[in-house]
Design a protein around this ligand. Structure first.
Ligand code: C5P
Length: 293
């Protein structure tokens, strides 16, 4: 067993927009979305074991180790490669579950990227992405590890180059189960694909603001009024939008100072309402911390 733990940020993601463009025979939905990582997330610590066992060092309430995506990611990599090494894994959860920020998916991708290196496997990134899809539709994006436009169920990825950005994120204190949102009868499932090839990044941003939305947002707002209230509160500061299938809502701000100011204003609102919301700011992260490791 090696002595040292390797520690790494498992970044959050937001969906700058998310359009549902169809439904597949297996029930999964076809999407067009833009994924962007944030410099805020869970912390994953790993240490190699010689005996092949995969151990989770932290407890997660309601999530047995066999169901934990971080543990399943390590097992998947072991099975696919026949690697005889093991690992101890500790996840310090900072991202909410059922929050639409990809916390569990990011933990899983970070484990796969880290163990690919620590176990000296050298599996190519695209192969890791293909394997990771069995863990969840968002996991390939985190392995890809760059701002991306995604189609398919979220696994077909194309690099997107965007200017620096700062966001304020509200966690409205509710957990939104993704399948519940996708199976809702009222969900729009026939949004048109936005054709973006050839547009400079700034034009794309304008189109996000004008033509784009999150098709899952109206469903989540109807089922979870806290999400609707979070959108309403953040709308004072700009074009607020829900991330993924919710519950979190974000707004883009002009710089880090303005973002911090907005955090303070939202905190005052939270204190006045005595609510269980959380609010924080983060900068966009263009490259996953383990991308070139
Ligand atoms: O892939 P993941 O485990 O994140 O998806 C959770 C659930 O969300 C799926 O079981 C499915 O019901 C729904 N989903 C979907 N279409 C997608 C992604 C997720 O219908 N593209």
């Amino acid at each position: 067993m090696s002595d040292e733990f390797v520690e790494c940020l498992a970044p959050a993601k937001i969906n700058l927009f998310l359009h549902v463009t169809g439904r597949r025979a297996d029930g999964y939905h076809c999407l067009q979305t833009a994924f962007r990582m944030l410099d805020h997330g869970d912390r994953v610590a790993l240490r190699v074991r010689d005996d092949g066992s995969i151990l989770r060092l932290n407890e997660v309430a309601g999530v047995p180790a066999e169901q934990d995506l971080a543990i399943r990611a390590a097992r998947l990599l072991q099975e696919k490669t026949g690697c005889r090494l093991g690992a101890e894994i500790r996840v310090d959860k900072r991202l909410p579950m059922g929050g639409g920020l990809g916390g569990g998916s990011s933990d899983a991708a970070t484990v796969m990227l880290a163990l690919n290196r620590l176990w000296q496997l050298d599996v190519p990134r695209q192969t890791l992405q293909d394997w990771a899809l069995s863990l969840g539709a968002d996991v390939p994006f985190f392995i890809y590890g760059r701002t991306a436009m995604a189609t398919g169920v979220g696994e077909q990825l194309q690099a997107l180059s965007l200017p620096p950005a700062w966001y304020v994120v509200v966690e409205p204190g509710v957990h939104v189960p993704t399948p519940e949102i996708f199976r809702d009868k009222g969900l729009t499932r026939d949004s048109e694909m936005i054709i973006i090839s050839g547009f400079p990044a700034l034009d794309i941003i304008k189109r996000f603001e004008n033509d784009a939305r999150n098709d899952l947002e109206s469903v989540a707002c109807r089922l979870y009024p806290q999400v609707a209230q979070a959108v309403q509160v953040l709308q004072q500061f700009g074009a607020a939008r829900m991330s993924g299938s919710g519950a979190c809502v974000f707004v883009s701000l002009d710089g880090p100072d303005r973002a911090r100011q907005v955090v303070e204003e939202v905190k005052e609102f939270i204190a006045a309402q005595n609510s269980a919301w959380r609010v924080w700011s983060a900068a966009a992260l263009d490259v996953h911390p383990l991308h070139d490791w």
